[in-house]
Ligand binder design. Structure first.
Ligand code: MD3
Ligand code: FE
Length: 228
């Protein structure tokens, strides 16, 4: 009888493997200094999304323009003491949101704690981000291979959190010509980038169409950095 079989399934003891899976964080080694914490933010992602809605109420997502004059396909906003911006005059960190003319929204405690806790579990015990860049990808949006080098201190790691639709992350090496490794990032995944790979080339392949229960038609990525 089906009901009986179902009950038997429910009642059986957890295997050793299942006990390990719930008790231990899922840590994957990506490259020297780069650690992928699978599902790290799974239980907090709804609260994280709520924080993003608060942030975008004062500093909405917008498509910035590169120094070369191209409109970015990714929509962006920031929270923290500074924010990452780009326009015809270059890439930089700015204490003011050029759209609102005011300071960026404060970095919510939930977000800064999440980032510093993740950094600590990856071996960076004193990471205190001063900026969270929030990237929103609609289907087709992408980020070409680039390095993050607008920060002053490359000894500080970068923490990134993915929410919503899955994306293919491309991890190149330290040279632009190194063949990129492709990693599928899912909602709740966190990666900590430090050490020698802090300046590695990386990007996001064009986002496929989809629907996610948390974010609908979007992928959102939060990047925590020390810019000052
Ligand atoms: C690897 N954002 O905003 S964060 C960016 O998903 C950016 O929106 C991507 O790259 C996104 O600059 C990916 C992951 C990331 C961030 C910094 C890195 C990967 C990195 C620094 C070195 C190596
Ligand atoms: Fe980047």
């Amino acid at each position: 009888m089906v009901l009986n079989d179902f009950n038997k399934l429910e009642a059986r003891a957890m295997s050793q493997q299942e006990i390990f899976e719930v008790a231990l964080p899922k840590v994957e080694h990506v490259a020297a200094g780069a650690v992928l914490l699978r599902s790290y933010a799974e239980t907090s992602q709804a609260a994280v999304l709520e924080s993003i809605h608060q942030i975008e109420a004062s500093s909405p997502f917008r498509h910035m323009v590169t120094p070369g004059g191209f409109r970015m396909s990714v929509a962006m906003t920031n929270a923290g003491r500074i924010g990452w911006v780009t326009d015809r005059s270059g890439y930089r960190y700015s204490p003011l949101d050029p759209l609102s003319g005011r300071a960026w929204p404060h970095l919510p405690g939930l977000l800064s704690r999440l980032a510093s806790d993740a950094a600590a579990s990856a071996g960076f015990p004193s990471f205190e981000p001063d900026v969270c860049l929030i990237n929103r990808y609609a289907p087709g949006a992408r980020m070409a291979l680039h390095q993050d080098k607008d920060e002053r201190d490359f000894d500080q790691p970068i923490v990134s959190l993915s929410l919503g639709l899955p994306a293919t992350f491309m991890f190149g090496g330290l040279k632009r010509t190194d063949k990129p490794l492709r990693i599928r990032l899912l909602s709740g995944d966190v990666i900590v980038w430090g050490g020698v790979n802090r300046l590695a080339y990386h990007g996001i392949a064009p986002l496929p169409k989809g629907v996610h229960p948390l974010t609908g038609a979007f992928r959102i990525n939060l990047t925590f950095r020390c810019g000052l």
